[in-house]
Write a protein that binds this ligand. Structure first.
Ligand SMILES: NC(=O)C1=CN([C@@H]2O[C@H](COP(=O)(O)OP(=O)(O)OC[C@H]3O[C@@H](n4cnc5c(N)ncnc54)[C@H](OP(=O)(O)O)[C@@H]3O)[C@@H](O)[C@H]2O)[C@@H](O)CC1
Ligand SMILES: Nc1ncnc2c1ncn2[C@@H]1O[C@H](COP(=O)(O)OP(=O)(O)O)[C@@H](O)[C@H]1O
Ligand SMILES: [K+]
Length: 489
């Protein structure tokens, strides 16, 4: 898992890494530039298009000069636009890379740069070294970059966006942000989606051990983390090992929620899945998924289940008693979603009854219902942290880069997923996956890590196939492929 450090910790991280490896800061800058160019090459940009690289005077600009040199070496027509006047303020590494530009690279000053049609723009003007409000010249440079027609690619972070806080003013509006080593926190805020564009992470060789001395409560979950969190089953594993689970989901006219959650649990590997539904609706479930079992009315013997998930489309009227009953009679961590969360917002006294370690999975509107409106994502993250800590609960704030909030204060941003998942029932699928993993003996933390990543990956696989036509059933059908892609047997 990658630790997300603050912008001001980056210099110290670099120093620790450089010291341990016995290399120079220039080597690290070269790794950053090569990493960027590796991604660029994979994107297969058209060599007919000129590339315009806006370079600042700091190390972000240094990355830009190095990228310009490397792209020139790949036969691209490269124009460097210098966004400062006085070279005496340049960082030594930026100066070195500026002086290393080959003759074939044209260099202009930003004030005299006339936009050319359809150039690809690389924004290496300001990175994590931004301090305070933009100075007037920076405002004008950023306005110029934004006025250009071509595709815009920001190096590390869109220039002008603070790395750890909220945008207050202007920044480059990027189509892609190619971020170095770890994603900067602000790139993961929903309010910055329109300026950060698509997020690309480039490994520049800094290892987990180099991060150890730097405190942070924020983490970024990536594909290579997954295998170590999964349980392994053996050749003698039996149905019981894979767990018996119960899902309270669906109501008259909304039985899809029970079917989707139930099927997702089966596809995630549950041994036995029972859905608790209104009896009149049993045919819907048993026709749609014969592998599911149904139960009607409150179960007397909840103890036979290994895990329980409650909420998708159960309705908010008349269910407060059911929730209280479940909380009091099922003393293990459970998954609480959708209408069950809305009910907690209406009846906050119920929160104290929730079994410790349970997982609440609100989307942003449901989040507001339990914890009130937040001005921004930072405030939301803080509220979630306080709530989880106070009640010994876990929370998943759903959306792009869903955040796993643990009771000990750690907050883990998910890297998988796609906007094609913004479709009815995608959350019901997640409830099925999470409950299934709890039932298979995963701890709540393991279930959240594996479940959230795989749900996102299943969405990506479904999206590759169905694009805008993706529906929640496609996500369910893609779950088996996620195990294959992650090499989990
Ligand atoms: N481990 C990694 O991730 C690695 C990171 N690397 C790269 O280093 C970058 C960080 O470089 P950095 O620290 O030199 O700062 P950077 O972002 O270039 O900004 C400094 C410039 O901004 C200016 N400036 C500041 N505030 C301003 C304002 N309000 N308004 C206007 N101007 C303002 C400031 O001007 P000054 O105040 O000095 O006059 C100076 O010119 C990082 O993002 C990544 O790209 C890689 O090379 C290697 C590995
Ligand atoms: N733009 C997006 N990028 C990544 N994941 C998304 C995006 N939009 C939605 N999702 C995911 O899809 C799921 C939607 O859940 P939810 O809002 O509860 O849907 P529903 O109530 O229709 O089941 C969440 O897990 C969320 O993280
Ligand atoms: K930048």
């Amino acid at each position: 898992m990658l630790k997300i450090l603050s912008g001001s910790q980056v210099k110290e991280l670099d120093a620790a890494y450089i010291n341990r490896k016995g290399i120079s800061s220039l080597n690290l800058m070269e790794s950053a530039a090569s990493g960027f160019v590796g991604w660029w090459t994979a994107m297969d940009f058209d060599k007919q298009l000129p590339v315009v690289v806006f370079c600042g005077a700091g190390n972000n600009g240094g990355d830009g000069y190095a990228i310009a040199r490397l792209l020139h070496g790949l036969d691209f027509e490269v124009i460097v636009v210098q966004c400062f006047t006085d070279s005496s303020g340049m960082s030594p590494d930026a100066l070195f890379n500026k002086q290393s530009l080959p003759d074939g690279v044209q260099v202009r000053h930003w004030s005299e740069f006339a936009p050319c049609e359809s150039a690809v723009v690389i924004d290496a003007y300001l990175g994590v070294g931004l301090r305070g409000p933009l100075r007037q010249e920076a405002v004008e440079v950023i306005q110029k970059i934004n006025s250009l027609a071509g595709l815009k690619i920001s190096v590390d972070i869109p220039s002008g966006l603070p790395s750890d806080g909220l945008l207050d003013g202007l920044c480059v509006r990027a189509d892609f942000t190619v971020t170095l080593a770890f994603p900067k926190l602000s790139l993961l805020f929903p309010e910055h989606a329109s300026v950060a564009g698509k997020l690309v992470l480039v490994d520049i060789g800094i290892e987990d051990s180099d991060y150890q001395e730097f405190p942070s409560t924020y983490f970024f979950l990536i594909k290579k983390d997954l295998k170590s969190y999964h349980r392994t089953f053996h050749r003698f594993s039996h149905k019981g090992d894979f767990g018996k689970i119960m899902l309270f989901a669906g109501s008259i006219g909304k039985m899809g929620a029970a079917v989707l959650a139930g099927k997702a649990a089966l596809r995630t590997g549950s041994g036995l899945v029972t859905v608790q539904i209104p009896e009149s609706e049993r045919q819907v479930v048993q026709t749609a998924a014969p592998e599911l079992m149904c139960s009607f009315g409150l179960q007397g013997n909840l103890g036979m289940f290994d895990a329980l998930g409650v909420g998708p489309a159960i309705g908010v009227d008349d269910n407060a008693g059911t929730l209280a009953y479940l909380f009091q009679n099922f003393p293990k961590p459970m998954v609480i979603d959708a209408d069950a969360i809305t009910l907690l917002g209406k009846k906050p006294d119920l929160v104290q009854l929730i079994p410790k370690g349970s997982i609440l999975t609100p989307h942003l509107v449901e989040f507001d219902r339990i914890l009130g409106r937040s001005e921004n994502h930072l405030e939301r993250l803080e509220k979630a942290s306080d709530f989880c800590n106070k009640w010994g609960l876990n929370m998943l704030i759903k959306g792009a880069n869903s955040v796993i909030c643990l009771a000990d204060g750690r907050q883990i941003f998910n890297s998988s997923g796609t906007h094609y998942m913004a479709t009815a029932g995608a959350g019901d699928v997640l409830t099925g996956i999470l409950t299934s993993l709890l039932g298979q003996g995963y701890s709540p933390e393991q279930a959240m890590i594996c479940g959230v990543y795989q749900h996102g990956l299943a969405g990506e696989i479904a999206g590759e196939r169905k694009r805008r036509g993706t529906i929640a059933s496609d996500i369910v059908e893609a779950i088996p492929e996620t195990f294959r892609r992650l090499d989990i047997s």
